[in-house]
Design a protein around this ligand. Structure first.
Ligand code: BGC
Length: 401
């Protein structure tokens, strides 16, 4: 795969389309210790209790949602130890790209102290992917931070961006061969849940704190962008941005804030835009297990909305919780059609990464939502490839024909 930057710094692609799936460290690795781990311990009981208010048919389908254990990430899928086998599954499904995140709390467990074992682990992860001809797409912040960083005030600390920059610099030094970097995952959704709604760490409820955290993330991204480019000649650096398909009045009020504000702030420090697409206010007869409307067609409008930035785009997440695997196949197929239409209308899409390769820990919902192409039996750690994963494989194959 080769990508070239022309003199005006715009990027031209001359590489294979990236097809694959995404994960995030805290959701799959197992036994992570970070700000979320602490938050889960504090909130598991309350989350299990509040699930009692779910309608009967939902509780009957997912009885685990009323148990405390559902809300503790614990051993998760044990991907930290099983990544080789998991990547082999991805390779067998003809994936040629994989997005994962580096767990900051593992590589810098104390401020300024680097854990070389952990760095070596991620070196092996990257090398394994490469040996399977799978392009690594590396996320640096996927919503978890080391406890020491949270204790100093997290993103609200006046020097938070410097701490993040140091971590990023160390990673860029360790992995100069990584081509695709994502500095931040869904910064807007993160600050919304964590600083305004208060239903995720750090559990604050203030518009002023939300604004401060957002500005810290803008600064952090810009520094991280420069740090990666200082160390890696081959790097393409972006963020994974949550794009919502909004209708009616929300289109005028929420959309500029949610979909555009952050991109506007960082656009001069982006080599590509990662689009995460889940939410649409469009019409649908079908819903995911989490009650989200299934409107894959509207991925087209989400992609058209980022066209204005004139950057390459990678769909860094798209997916649904669907334990019965009833909807996943057609959802993927329709969303790929929607992506094609956007490409025909001039959006330079470089890749499609399904969320997720594996069932995993869905944050404050815990383990009951099943997003994986691969089903996990959490008791035995057995992997079972869902039928939709083969539908996706066939879509990938027909793209190359
Ligand atoms: C996040 C993932 C999450 C997925 C499904 C995205 O907002 O990046 O971590 O699991 O959505 O909710």
């Amino acid at each position: 795969m080769s990508t070239k930057k022309s003199q005006d710094n715009s990027v031209t692609a001359s590489h294979a389309f990236l097809w694959g799936a995404a994960t995030a460290a805290h959701q799959v690795e197992g036994n992570t210790h970070n700000d979320w781990t602490l938050w889960e311990r504090e909130h598991a009981d309350e989350l299990a209790r509040s699930a009692m208010q779910q309608p009967d048919e939902v509780r009957e389908k997912f009885p685990e949602m009323t148990c405390r254990e559902n809300y503790l990430s614990g051993a998760s899928t044990d991907h930290f130890n099983r990544y080789k086998k998991d990547f082999q599954i991805a390779a067998d499904l003809h994936h040629n790209a994989h997005r994962f995140s580096i767990e900051w709390s593992r590589v810098e467990p104390r401020k300024g102290v680097w854990n070389n074992e952990a760095i070596k682990h991620y070196r092996d992860v990257i090398d394994t992917l490469k040996s399977l001809h799978i392009e690594p797409v590396v996320t640096l912040y996927h919503w978890t931070v080391p406890v020491w960083f949270a204790d100093m005030g997290g993103w609200l600390h006046p020097h938070a961006h410097i701490a993040f920059e140091k971590f990023v610099e160390r990673m860029a030094l360790a992995f100069p061969d990584v081509k695709f970097w994502i500095t931040l995952n869904e910064p807007v959704r993160f600050v919304y849940h964590g600083y305004l709604e208060g239903r995720r760490p750090p559990g604050r409820k203030s518009i002023f704190l939300l604004i401060r955290a957002l500005h810290a993330l803008v600064k952090s991204h810009r520094l991280a962008y420069a740090a990666i480019h200082k160390r890696c000649d081959v790097a393409y650096v972006g963020i994974a941005h949550d794009m919502m398909d909004l209708h009616g009045i929300a289109r005028y009020i929420v959309r500029p804030l949610w979909n555009r504000w952050f991109l506007n702030q960082v656009q001069s420090s982006l080599d590509f835009i990662g689009v995460n697409y889940y939410f649409s206010q469009g019409k649908s007869e079908f819903y995911s297990d989490m009650g989200w409307r299934l409107v894959p067609d509207h991925l087209e409008s989400a992609l058209m909305e980022v066209k204005r930035y004139r950057k390459p785009v990678i769909i860094t997440e798209i997916g649904l919780a669907d334990a019965a695997d009833k909807h996943r196949g057609w959802y993927i197929a329709s969303s790929v059609q929607a992506m094609k239409r956007a490409m025909e209308r001039g959006v330079d899409v470089w890749g499609y990464l399904y969320w997720s390769l594996l069932d995993n820990f869905e944050w404050d919902k815990g383990y009951w939502p099943r997003f994986g192409l691969v089903e996990i039996d959490y008791k035995t750690q057995r992997r079972h490839v869902r039928s939709s994963a083969f539908i996706y494989r066939d879509i990938i194959d027909s793209w190359h024909e």
